[in-house]
Ligand binder design. Sequence first.
Ligand code: KIV
Ligand code: ZN
Length: 530
Amino acid sequence: MRTKRIKIFDTTLRDGEQCPGASMHLSEKMEVARQLARLKVDVIEAGFPVISDGDFSAVQTIAQEIKGPTIAGLARCVSRDIEAAGRAVSPAGSKGRIHVFLATSKIHREFKLGKAEDEIIRLAVKGVKQAKSFVDDVEFSPEDGSRTEPEFLVKVCQAVVDAGATTVNIPDTVGWAVPAEFGSLIGHLHAEVPEFRSGKAIISVHCHNDLGLAVANSLAAVEAGARQVECTVNGIGERAGNAALEEIVMALKTRSDAFGGFKTGIKTHEIVKSSRLVSRMSGLTVQRSKAIVGENAFAHSSGIHQDGILKKRETYEIVDPQEVGWGQTELPLTKHSGRAAVAARLRHLGFSMSEAEVTSIFSRFKEIGDKKKFVYDDDLAALVDGQRTDVIETWSLDYVHVTTGIHAIPTATVRLKRTHASQNQDLEILEDAGVGDGPVDAALKAIDRLTKTNGTLKDYLLRSVSQGKDAMGEVVVKVDFGKGEFITGRGASTDIIVASAKAYLNAVNRKLATSNQKTKIARKRKPKRH
Ligand code: KIV
Ligand code: ZN
């Protein structure tokens, strides 16, 4: 039986978050999960619970709070992984899914696992059965599926379906596949496993983009019988990323004539909002010419095209930009806008906030409103991002002053406030001044001395949040504090030096929060002396 519905399995919070420098804190993951629910994805893969306490609690909190989509947790075919995933997704009840995986390709069997084919099948079946003891909804992935011998892959699929897997996901783990070949592999599995034909179990695909073919491969798989596609917003993910959700969804919708009328349940007008949110939360900017969600995706510069569009949009536009959420910005707010208007706009933008949070955003809004004529939706979103963080602010910026210019030596004076993390009490105010290659360098060096950190700036990105000369600037930094692990920090202000200092301090606070957390866990785990 062939259904016309394609399930969208979003793995932005798991595979997407595996992208270096994209790691998100709990409040950021929650923001993304809420938006994914509004986008109406079928499944949210919320994390890999056994990997860290942070991942575990993200999956558990998402399973508790997000209603609508199925919530999945990833696990290797290892008992403690499956147990952790089972506990983490249990608040979702019947909407909880465990996604177990085990490599099946010859190269992984021989060099990574050192296991023979029958041992792989035994472990896969054991993993699925254990997962079944926690939830009904179990997905199995033969990792590196696209490079697995097709006949062995059929045996694996049949064995895990017999053990109770209701979804079998075929990953193109290293982005090796090409569309015709991948499509015929999926067609072969569909033909050989009766449960895929009867609909008792479905084939899913999970394509990586190493050769830029992730979306094409996923679509070829749909034509050959796959009924779930795994993807991420903006295509973020390991290495070159995963198949981009917005491209899969819009290709299926726009060219439904070519794809046999398949439908997804995605609310397409939420796509641009989702893209921007994921970009802000992950710190990964979207390429300007990216299909569907890039700034230039609907910008027509040639006169001939503009003329054609004015006469009939479809001459040069195959997707109506409004259909994916472009051009939905409301009238900008001004300093005269009241609290109720700001609260309503925050709700419209999808932020669910407590009264206290709205009050605090409103006072920041008034400060910005004094500096700029219009406060746009993106300005407001940047304010919320800067304000809402579950990172305890050990250090906050109290004052910054810079002198710079063509013949001047860039100098910065910085004053920071240190707050006692748990007691929310101001401990001290410290001030320092220094010089640097430029005003940002001078300010960051002063922050390093005051906070006794020594970060290396690996990436610095400044963008105008909205329009006009008085626009807010948003800075995203990636900082290496000496462990080779990048920490992302964000800050926004109408003054780009202040935005830079705030972004850097945000990274310092994250680093401190992470090391405090690790110390607490290490203390908790220290064996008792007898
Ligand atoms: O790329 C991959 O193989 C994966 C699996 C865990 C599904 O991400
Ligand atoms: Zn993957």
